[in-house]
Design a protein around this ligand. Structure first.
Ligand code: ADP
Ligand code: MG
Ligand code: ZN
Length: 481
């Protein structure tokens, strides 16, 4: 029997505000433990939360970016549970009435067609602190409360994804979106962007969903994909063995490459949500909605379309170049030098991104400036160098951060377009290869390529290939007499 997965994601994104959600403490990452706390985020009796307006503006921006509805009136609720990193004994979140509902996101998975994924809701909540299990001796856990009260949005998708590739494409798109909006730094290692995956399977063609499990501890795109793959296979095996999948939370173990049960539905927390009596319902004013809308930048989809229109790029190339705002800006600066947009796209994507990915360097740290890459492309266009030689220029540019003209000059890489020099070399090659000349005269046209190759070799690849082709043919044809 064929099975198909059904996947829904819950994503937490830390908002890039400078202070916390309900107090003035700093949200800076990496400070000395427990130095960024106050009575409010420590949950001291008698302290009162005051909502951070900037966090609301960011949540609303996210809502607008996914074409969702902004609720005029939403409610903060207490989610009650005990955990050492939660000093209040409850987390302030939103439950029945979230600030954002009913959005959608367009994804372009690596396999399969583009598709819209529904977004059920986006609500605001505060983050908890952190338990540190290492560095304090055997069996000792320490608590750092700096993160306590940091603003988060939780973005809950509809169960609309049907493959691990779609889930990854959705997550990457959301990630790109929060970074375009500059509302989250997107750092998955530091936990500012985290994801839980809900996975079930059903026989292909069946309408009804199967029982889902929720996967936690997915801290990279790769792990999201691996964990979903693993879980699909596990559930299928359970079903084929005549068993049932139980609704439970499972932990992904990246080293072992499997998921294991953390808690079952029976043990699931009953959070006893109720409206927080210390906070008034959140009323999002028209002013705030307008403010958020006017601060929306051009988003990835719009930018992709514009790149296709304005620069004549293919959908795929335009998608790659707009995955991040920084990359898109870089590319546009290359084009702004006057370089041909399609050639510029190739050089940015293939050569530059290839080299950057290899060393794990970000585009913002590129050793080649956009201006220099633009000039390199122009040197191909004005035939100072061939595309092949340009790769030889690119390497020292990348290694030294030098500009292309200096390298071309220094290494003597200028293309030979001087006809008499090319003719002389062609004559030499013809004189040295009598046998091949005879083959050509006997009608074996293919040897033409051999002569061109020999001329290119003699000139160190610097002769203009079109010219060489033409001269070789002329000279050989002349011999037909
Ligand atoms: P909970 O409050 O238990 O987390 P929700 O109704 O909020 O439950 O759903 C959480 C996530 O699970 C959502 O992203 C939703 O799309 C997804 N989901 C719901 N049912 C299924 C299912 N049968 N298979 C896979 N995902 C599901
Ligand atoms: Mg959930
Ligand atoms: Zn505080």
């Amino acid at each position: 029997m064929e099975f198909e997965p059904v996947i829904g994601l819950e994503v937490h994104a830390q908002l890039a505000t400078s202070s916390k959600l309900f107090c003035g403490c700093s949200t800076r990452y990496g400070a000395e433990a427990n130095t960024q706390t106050c009575p409010v985020c420590l949950g001291m009796p008698g302290s009162l939360p005051v909502l951070n307006r900037e966090a609301v503006r960011m949540a609303v921006m996210m809502g607008q970016a996914v074409e969702a509805e902004v609720r005029g009136r939403s409610v903060f609720a207490r989610k009650n549970y005990f955990y050492p990193d939660l000093p209040k004994g409850y987390q302030i979140s939103q439950y029945e009435l979230p600030v954002i509902e009913h959005g959608r996101l367009r994804i372009e998975p690596d396999e399969g067609a583009p598709k819209l994924i529904g977004i059920t809701r986006i609500h605001m909540e505060e983050d908890a602190g952190k338990s540190l299990h290492e560095g304090f001796g055997e069996g000792v856990t320490a608590i750092d409360l700096n993160r306590t009260g940091t603003p988060l949005i939780e973005i809950v998708s509809e169960p609309d994804m049907r493959s691990p590739a779609e889930a990854v494409a959705y997550l990457k798109k959301l990630h790109s979106m929060v970074r375009y909006l500059e509302i989250c730094d997107g750092n998955m290692q530091e936990g500012s962007f985290r994801c839980d995956a809900n996975v079930s399977i059903r026989p292909a063609g069946r309408e009804e969903f199967g029982t889902r499990t929720e996967l936690k501890n997915l801290n990279s795109f790769r792990n999201v994909e691996r964990a979903i793959h693993y879980e699909m296979a596990r559930q299928q095996e359970v079903i084929e063995d005549g068993g049932h999948v139980f609704q439970e939370t499972r932990l992904w173990d990246a080293d072992a490459g499997h998921t294991r049960s953390m808690r079952s539905k029976e043990e699931a927390n009953d959070y006893r949500y109720f409206p927080d009596p210390d906070l008034l319902p959140l009323e999002v004013s028209e002013t705030l909605v307008d403010e958020a809308r006017s601060s929306l930048p051009e988003l990835p989809d719009a930018k992709r379309e514009r790149f296709m229109e304005a620069y004549g790029l293919k959908d795929y190339d335009a998608s790659v170049l707009t995955t991040s705002r920084e990359l898109a800006d870089y590319y546009e600066r290359v084009v702004a030098t006057g370089a041909d947009p399609k050639l510029a796209a190739n050089w940015t994507m293939v050569e530059l991104l290839g080299a950057l990915n290899k060393d794990g360097t970000e585009i913002t740290e590129s050793p080649i400036s956009a201006e220099d890459l633009g000039r390199l492309v122009q040197r191909i266009e004005d035939e100072t160098i061939s595309g092949k030689i340009a790769k030889q220029v690119f390497e020292p540019m990348y290694a030294e951060g030098a500009d292309p003209d200096t390298i071309i000059e220094r290494e003597g890489l200028k293309q030979i377009t001087d006809t008499s020099a090319i003719e002389a070399t062609v004559e030499e090659v013809i004189a040295e290869n009598e046998a091949q000349v005879q083959q050509y005269l006997d009608g074996k046209e293919k040897v033409l390529g051999y002569f061109v190759g020999q001329v290119m070799k003699k000139t160190g690849g610097k002769a203009n290939p079109q010219q060489v082709n033409q001269v070789v043919k002329e000279r050989l044809d002349a011999k037909k007499g």
